[in-house]
Structure formats: C-alpha cells, structure tokens
Design a protein around this ligand. Structure first.
Ligand code: ATP
Ligand code: MG
Length: 278
C-alpha cells in the first residue's frame, strides 16, 4: 500500500537578522495507516515539521523539500485555495489547546452541526440529532447541555473530544496531533488517547503524534521518529526502542524519569552532540 504521506529531505528555515535559522533540516519519513510519534525536546523542530506538512508555516518561513506528497497531492505545488478545502477535511490538526482550533463565537453544537451539514448535506434538524450522537460517541455524558456551550466554557479534555468528534464526521486520512494531551491530567489524558486510538483504528487513518513524553509515545504509537536540533536522529519501531542503538535515543531512554529518580526535564542536551555533524 502506498504511504498516505511522503516527506523527502524537507528543511524549514526562519529568516532572522543574522541569517536563516534552520528549524528543520533534511527530514525524511513516510506515514502509512499507523500511529507514528515524533519525539524530541523543546525546540527540536517537531511543531515546525507538523505545520509545514499542513502548509501552515508562519509567514516568511522557507520550506524546501525534494518531495512532500499527501495521497495524490503534491503539497509543494498546491495552491492556498485548494489547501483550504484539504485542511480539516482530508488532513487535520489537533493542537495542545483546543480553544485555538474551535471558533470562539460559535457554540459547540453549532460548529459540530456545521461540519455535519457540510459533509452529509442534511437539514439543520437532522444535523442537530447527528451532533448529539457525535457528542455521545466521544463519551460526553450530557450532550444537550454541552451542545449550547461556547469553547471557553468547556474543559481542555472535553475540547479535545469535541475536536475528535469533528474528525469522526470529516474523516480525514491524516491527523497531526501536536501535544494533544500535554495540558490534560492523567485520567482525562487516558480517555482522550483511547478515543483518538479508536478513531485511528476504526477509520484506518494515519496519525502523527507529536510529544515530548517518550513513555507515552512508546505505549501509544507503532513507530517513533526521534528529532534533535531539527534533524531526525532515527526512526524506530516503538517495540524496538529498548534496543535503540543511537546514543541520543539511549540518552532519552536513560533520562526517563522514574519513581526513584523523578526529574523535571530531560537533560540529554548536556551530552556531546558531535554525532550530529557529518
Ligand atoms: P516544543 O517541544 O517546545 O513545542 P518543537 O520541537 O515543537 O518544541 P519548534 O516549535 O518546531 O520546536 O521550533 C523549532 C525551532 O524553530 C526553534 O528553534 C524555534 O525557536 C524556531 N521557531 C519556531 N517557530 C518560529 C517562528 N515563527 N519564527 C522564528 N523561529 C521559530
Ligand atoms: Mg511544539
């Protein structure tokens, strides 16, 4: 089966007074109908990679690649007009804070209902029923109450479930989730992950799951891309992580906080990054 997404030698630079800052350098990977994690510490280029695939890079950013292909679409050549109809429908992004993805002036019910009407060409009344059903599917217990809430009135976990319910309707073939559960507490996180997992399995889609929680990615994803300073250090099956050969990956694994040695942050940066060159 062909990959859903192919990224070949993609680089992203940000212009600055002292020259172009290379945020992503020469990354290559492909995504099939699988869950692929991107892991790396803060500033390693994870979000920049995700945004470049969605063609949502900040103004001025320079994206170069030998290939950037999504299904039959050449993302390097697609117009912004065409991209508007691809985003949200065929490829979608879930961000850390759902408030930035939801329309602040529309109620939850109105925005899910709008997605239903757009995709299923049904009447407003039918869309309302479908919307209440969607809210139940993502384990929202009192859908009639939540229907009339505005995004600022819902919790982070509920916001992410609302985002996922819209994806159940639009049924994109690729989802990029950028730290979708980092702001959630542990029980809510598990619930959101399991709903996301169901969506990916049921619809047989590709998921890029960006995180800096190696334990989470290891248990949730099939494969893991490890990034450091804008480069891909290695791509490895989650099941093989314990046997990772690369020193940086080993460092990440060794830096994992344990109950005996809790740590606030990974301190792999202190290691000698000489292997990065060459
Ligand atoms: P985090 O884990 O903190 O989210 P990340 O891996 O997602 O980090 P990016 O946000 O992709 O990292 O940033 C990669 C590099 O690009 C960083 O050095 C960052 O400072 C730089 N960068 C990101 N966005 C911009 C921007 N709009 N303008 C200039 N530089 C940027
Ligand atoms: Mg980021």
């Amino acid at each position: 089966l062909d990959p859903i997404l192919t990224v070949r030698n993609m680089s992203v630079g940000f212009p600055s007074l002292s020259g172009t800052i290379p945020a992503v350098r020469d990354v290559s990977f492909s995504v099939r109908r699988e869950k692929i994690g991107i892991i790396g510490e803060s500033g390693s280029g994870k979000s920049t990679t995700g945004r470049a695939i969605m063609r949502l890079q900040p103004p001025g950013a320079i994206v170069k690649a030998d290939a950037l292909r999504f299904e039959e679409i050449d993302l390097l050549k697609v117009s912004e007009k065409d991209m508007l109809s691809i985003r949200g429908r065929r490829m979608a992004m879930i961000l850390q804070d759902p408030k930035y993805s939801l329309n602040p002036v529309m109620t939850v019910g109105e925005q899910i209902g709008e997605t239903v009407m757009l995709h299923e060409k049904v009447s407003r009344r039918v869309a309302r029923e479908r919307t209440l059903g969607m809210l139940e599917r993502v384990q929202i217990r009192d859908p009639r109450r939540v229907f009339d809430l505005y995004p600022h009135e819902v919790s982070g976990g509920m916001g992410q479930r609302i985002m996922i319910s819209m994806m159940l309707i639009a049924s994109p073939s690729l989802i990029i989730a950028d730290e979708p559960t980092s702001a959630l507490d542990v029980t809510v996180r598990q619930q959101v992950l399991s709903i996301l997992d169901d969506l990916v399995t049921e619809r047989d889609i590709g998921l890029i799951f960006i995180s800096h929680d190696l334990n989470l990615v290891r248990s949730f994803c099939d494969r893991v891309i490890i990034m450091y300073a804008g480069r891909i250090v290695e791509t490895i099956a989650a099941a093989d992580l314990d046997h990772a050969k690369h020193p940086y990956t080993q460092g990440l694994l060794n830096a994992l906080p344990s109950l005996d040695h809790p740590r606030d942050r990974l301190d792999v940066l202190a290691r000698d990054p000489a292997w990065l060159e060459g």
